[in-house]
Design a protein around this ligand. Sequence first.
Ligand SMILES: O=C(O)[C@H](O)CO
Length: 330
Amino acid sequence: MPDKVVVTHWVDEDVLAYLRRFAEPVAPEERTVLSRAEVLAQARDASAVLACMADRVDEEFLAACPRLRVISAALKGFDNFDADACAHHGVWLTIVPDLLTEPTADLAVALTLDVTRRVTEADRHVRAHGFAGWRPTFYGSGLTGATVGLLGMGEVGRAVARRLGGFGCALRYADPRPLPPQEERRLGARRLELGDLLATSDIVLALLPLTAETHHLLDAAALARCKPGAYLVNVGRGSVVDEHAVAGALSAGTLAGYAADVFELEDWALPDRPDRIPPALLAHPRTVFTPHLGSAVTAVRREIAFAAARQIEQVLAGERPDHPVNDPAR
Ligand SMILES: O=C(O)[C@H](O)CO
C-alpha cells in the first residue's frame, strides 16, 4: 500500500504530481488550510505530513498519528513544532531554511516604506474622501538620512541590509553574533547593544525567530527606550513584540507607526497566546498589516513546497533529509 502523505494546505498541482510518484497525497483543493481536527483525522494512518505555518505539532498530535515518519514543514521558523517530541516518536522534523529570505526582505522594505511614508493610510483616505488635488497632508518621514536598526542579522537581516544600502540610510544592527568585520563594511552596518539600537534608531525592524530569549523582547520597557517618534516593523514572529505594549506606545506617541506581517495569535505553541490582534492596534491609523505574506511569491511558494516534498521522499526512501532539525535515530 502506498504511503499516505497529508498536505495540510493548498499546493500547486505539480507538487501533488511529484508526491504521487512515491506516495498517496491528500490535500485541500481550495486555496486554504486544513483545520487541526481535519489534519488529525487524515493523519491517523499517514506516513508523512507536509505542514505549514497554520499547523502545530505537539505530543497530542504525535500520539494520535502512530505511523508518521516525517513532518516536513514548508517554512523556516519551526517554533510551532515540537522537534524533541517528534524525535521521541521516531519522526523527522524538517524545514526549508533558505527560500524565504529574499521575498521576506522585499516585504520588510515594502512595509517600512509604507508605514513611514503613510502609503496605506493615504490610500484609505483617497478611497474614503476622494482626491481633489494636492494638500499639505500625510507628511511622513522617508528612509533617506534615517538611522535604521536591524534587530537580528541572520539571513533575512543581511538581505534587508543589502536592499537598504541603496536608500541612503545609516544602518545599525543588534545580534548576539557579530558579523565578520569585512561583512559589516560591505553592508555598511555597525553593531550596537539592543538598548543603544533602540535609543538611536528612527526605524527598528524586528527580524528575529521566536525563542525563549526573543519572546516579548520588545515589551513596554523596551519600547520606552525607543527614540521618540520611531517606527517599528515586524516580519519575524508576532510574539517577539508585546502587541498590547505596541498599541500603548502608539497611543502615547512613543512610536509613530507599526507595520507587521506576523501576529502573536499565530504562535500556536505558546500557552498564553492571544486569540486576536488587539483591537486598539487594528484601529490605530498609523499601522499597516499584511497576513503573513513574507514568502508569498508564487514561484517561491512552489519551490518551498517542492523542497518540503523532496524531504518526504528522502525519508520514505530511508535517506537522511536535506534540512532536518532533529534526529529521531539518536
Ligand atoms: O518561517 C517561515 O518560513 C515563515 O514565517 C512561514 O511562512
